[in-house]
Ligand binder design. Sequence first.
Ligand code: ZN
Length: 242
Amino acid sequence: MGFTERTGGVSASPYATLNLAAHVDDDPIAVRENRRRVLSAIGAEAFAGSLTTAEQVHGTTIARVTLDDAGRGADPLDGSGPIPGTDALWTTEPGVPLMLFFADCVPVVLVSESPRAIAVVHAGWRGALAGIVGDTVRALDAALDGATITAYIGPHIGECCYEVDPLLVSQFANMFVTIPRASDRLDLAAAVAEDLDRAGVSRERQWHLGICTAHNTDRFYSYRAEGRTGRHCAFALLEPRS
Ligand SMILES: [Zn+2]
């Protein structure tokens, strides 16, 4: 599993250079090559045809990816489109890379080593407030017997740069005790951490990268800081075992 940065790809400005999203009007041939490079970097180029993506809509739909769905949205120029209206993907199938796209929203990868399962979650403020990360943990728990889940929280817009309506912060404070009420800045990672904790993923099993996308536009895409831009990704893959 991992999170990408924006360097090392072939996309031109304003998507320079490793844009992985097919929905931002970048050249689809560049997106195809960038995705190939990411999979190649982890020795997973052989699974490119099974790469599965979702049409992220800031909703709360969680989809289990079966072999029937594998490859949805893999190729921006060909084949079936991404899984519609979904912001969290999970699977127990080896050889099926899951990939979601980000420019400020919180990427979360969930891993259960035994039984083996992976999930990738997209949590902007709507998803974080609705508890999509905790709900994905509960979906894995319900489907798997005795999963112990580790959570990896990737680069996203930090409290330092995420100025929002104080009314929104107040809504978060109603849901999460770690969010201070009177503020015009929102700490999405704090909400996600509490949501994970509540779903049974304790702080010892949470790994926070702690890098702000808006502060580091040389390394990451930031919708807030840049407007029209590309998307870095969070991905996960269960390697087939012989
Ligand atoms: Zn910042």
